[in-house]
Design a protein around this ligand. Structure first.
Ligand code: NOJ
Ligand code: CA
Length: 698
């Protein structure tokens, strides 16, 4: 059902005042005061956006909920490399209003349907003197947050926008605690989350999550990042205030585009608590354009996968050819057998192609994405996989040589399609700011992973892949801004510290997953690669997790493509994990975050798509913790068998008891309270099967 009505009279337009042109610089005393020029509210009336012009004609917006300020007057405007900024001297040129209440279907996701109910307010400003340039700002006000974007119309004095930066501010009205990771450091998006007062934030990537002193939770991010530079948040001189910081490009301007476009949406999700932020994050999907690919059900395949991977991450095997080469025909067959035996549809192959033998880190110029190594028999593996009802997942590591990859895209995805490969994992392993770009004229440039040029590169990859019915799981990606709605073949990304860090020296802290749920995962799915049941990384190092937490991650960390990342040998050693790993799906019709505190714990319940089964995952941090959850999500009037995988006696991420796991079943009903006890570094996973179906075994 789609309903979209233009109804200018619907919202109260408070005190529309045409502000005077910029006051003469010598008449400070008589400068006019800040005037509210427009006001909009959310459909439920709780959230208010107020747009104002100050005495110098500078535009700002503010956001309040239930009459309490969340963001105070926050600046709007642009800096250009080749023109005066758009900032002072603006006058109101007009306002427009709209509203929508639509419900749309996700081809895959955390929720089968999503409702988009918002009121829209567009405010146009024009410079009162000199260049008379015009900009528009459109606010969409939802019951659980606000999105706004600029429109730069094509006009006489603004034909080409060479944007040096934005003046956009997010000025929090009160102090608070922020969870954030730093921007512009060499390791891109792969930093631990920091918890600091708002005024202790440096330059942060988004999603940045904030708990205000009043308890209200806010997440700042962006939606529909297309042909623009990604936004980071730089602290301004005002207390608790941030400025949108656009990722640079190799040229002077961060963004260069012909005028006549809208920027990405800047999003402000608002909730009473951390758990509420997860549902509020749907504003990001609602602000993206609808699916451009039509019916993709025949070729986009959500599902789990195993693969030739962890043994390379731990150093036992290599991506390159030689005595320890991982992706050999025999090794891949072994993983195909394991996948088939456990009903897992995908097998990832890495290091299958020519180009890994040299120094590939930061240099992918030797990579050939349609040339297997001689010990990888592609035709035979395609045949063998098919005979077992399994498909291969491909891998294209560019080493950051993005132009080299651009030149091969059609070949790479045709190769995938011809070999029955429905998903390709991509990689851009190089330091931040070191992406290799070569233009048609042969000129060489270095780009950031999150700059405009790379934003466009990732889009080219996804669009080209779609032509060949291939889905993309980008590693070292640009952050997720909800583009999966528009291109549902962009199934997942890494974009943070995944499980691989648990193999290496600088391991993820126990609170990492409870940070991710309320930060990065508000942006979209993450290819986290859970399920390392050996709890062993490189050099036989211990992984600071419990076994039950490895299972819980399958419910807590959403992605439509999820790796069962350990080796067949490890699963043989811990067979108690297998019934859950076989049963847990990767596509859901409903999701409820039952409780959580950022960085402390999170409990998520999800209903399997097309099924009556529910799954629950709960993860904690380094502290032991116990709480009850109400099983209110279950259908009324029926009994369920709860298959519970919980931390066993003495389980602790610091000791050999990290493997202690108790598996038990209980009969439960809607309305029951379930006590969940998490060990230090622990977790819990539960499958709820309606009674009568419990006997169904895979
Ligand atoms: C880093 C990725 O995160 C990992 O999954 C991949 O195996 C390596 N790069 C090699 O491409
Ligand atoms: Ca914590």
């Amino acid at each position: 059902m789609t309903r979209r009505i233009t109804m200018p009279a619907l919202l109260t337009l408070a005190a529309i005042t045409i502000a005077a042109p910029a006051a003469a610089q010598d008449d400070l005393a008589n400068r006019p005061k800040t005037q509210v020029v427009a006001k909009g509210t959310s459909p439920d009336g709780r959230i208010t956006v107020t747009v104002a012009l100050d005495g110098e004609g500078r535009a700002s917006y503010a956001v309040a909920r239930d009459g309490r300020a969340i963001l105070t007057d926050s600046r709007l405007g642009f800096l250009f490399t080749d023109a005066p900024k758009i900032d002072r001297g603006l006058a109101l040129a007009g306002t427009a209003r709209d509203r929508a209440d639509t419900t749309w279907r996700q081809p895959w996701g955390e929720w089968e349907t999503i409702r988009d109910r918002h009121n829209e307010l567009t405010v146009r400003f024009r410079e009162a003197a000199r260049l008379k340039r015009e900009i528009g700002v459109t606010f969409r006000i939802f019951d659980d947050g606000v999105g706004f974007r600029y429109t730069l119309p094509a006009q006489a004095n603004l034909k080409q926008a060479n944007i040096a930066g934005e003046l956009t501010e997010f000025a929090f009205a009160e102090p608070g605690t922020a969870w954030w990771k730093p921007a512009y450091l060499w390791n891109r998006e792969e930093y631990r989350y920091r918890k600091t007062p708002l005024d202790g934030v440096g330059t942060a990537q988004t999603v940045m999550t904030v708990k205000l002193a009043s308890g209200t939770h806010v997440a700042i991010h962006e939606a529909a990042l297309v042909d623009y530079a990604a936004m980071n948040l730089r602290r301004s001189d005002r207390p608790n205030a941030f400025i949108a910081d656009l990722t640079p490009g190799s040229a002077a301007a961060s963004v260069s585009r012909a005028a006549g476009f809208s920027t990405p949406w800047r999003t402000i999700a608002i909730a009473d608590d951390a758990a509420g932020l997860y549902a509020a994050s749907r504003i990001g999907l609602n602000l993206n354009e609808p699916n451009k690919l039509g019916d993709t059900s025949s070729w986009i395949r959500p599902g789990k996968f195993v693969g030739v991977w962890w043994n390379m991450i731990t150093g036992k095997w290599t991506w390159s050819r030689g005595p320890r080469h991982g992706a050999t025909t025999a090794n891949v067959k072994h993983y195909i057998d394991f996948a088939a035996a456990n009903g897992i549809p995908g097998v990832l192959v890495e290091g299958w192609n020519v180009g890994w033998d040299g120094d590939w880190f930061g240099n992918g110029k030797d990579m050939q994405f349609d040339q297997p190594t001689e010990d990888f028999d592609a035709a035979e593996l395609q045949r063998y996989a098919k005979s077992k009802g399994v498909y291969l997942i491909g891998h294209n590591e560019t080493g950051g040589s993005a132009s080299h990859y651009d030149a091969q895209l059609d070949r790479a995805f045709k190769y995938a399609q011809d070999h029955g490969i429905p998903v390709v994992k991509t990689g851009y392993v190089t330091d931040a700011g070191q992406i290799e770009r070569t233009d048609a004229d042969g000129s060489q440039h270095r780009e950031w992973h999150e700059g405009q040029w790379m934003v466009n590169h990732y889009a080219r990859v996804v669009e080209t892949a779609a032509k060949y019915h291939v889905s993309i799981d980008s590693h070292e990606p640009v952050k997720d801004t909800g583009l999966r709605r528009t291109w549902p073949n962009w199934v997942a990304r890494e974009g943070g510290r995944g499980m691989e860090y648990m193999s290496w020296q600088d391991k993820n802290p126990p609170e990492h997953e409870a940070n991710l749920v309320f930060t990065q995962l508000l942006g979209g799915p993450m290819d986290f690669t859970p399920g390392i049941v050996s709890l062993k990384g490189s050099d036989d190092s211990d992984i600071p997790s419990t076994l039950a937490k490895q299972l819980a991650n399958y419910v807590v960390i959403y992605s439509p493509v999820v790796m069962v990342a350990d080796t067949p040998e490890a699963y043989a050693q811990y067979p108690a994990t297998l019934p859950f790993l076989r049963a847990v799906p990767t596509d859901w019709s409903d999701t409820r975050v039952l409780n959580g505190e950022v960085g402390d714990y999170a409990t998520v319940a999800r209903r399997k798509k097309g099924s009556d089964e529910w799954f629950l995952g709960s993860v904690g941090d380094e502290e032991a913790r116990s709480f009850t959850v109400a099983l209110d999500f279950l259908d009324p009037g029926r009994a369920y068998t709860a298959e519970i995988y919980r931390d066993g006696p003495g389980a602790d991420y610091r000791t050999a008891a990290r493997h202690a796991m108790t598996v038990e079943t209980k009969t439960v009903r809607r309305g029951d309270q379930l006590t969940i006890a998490l060990a230090p570094g622990g977790g819990q996973a539960i499958r709820f099967v309606p009674v009568g179906k419990a006997a169904r075994k895979r």
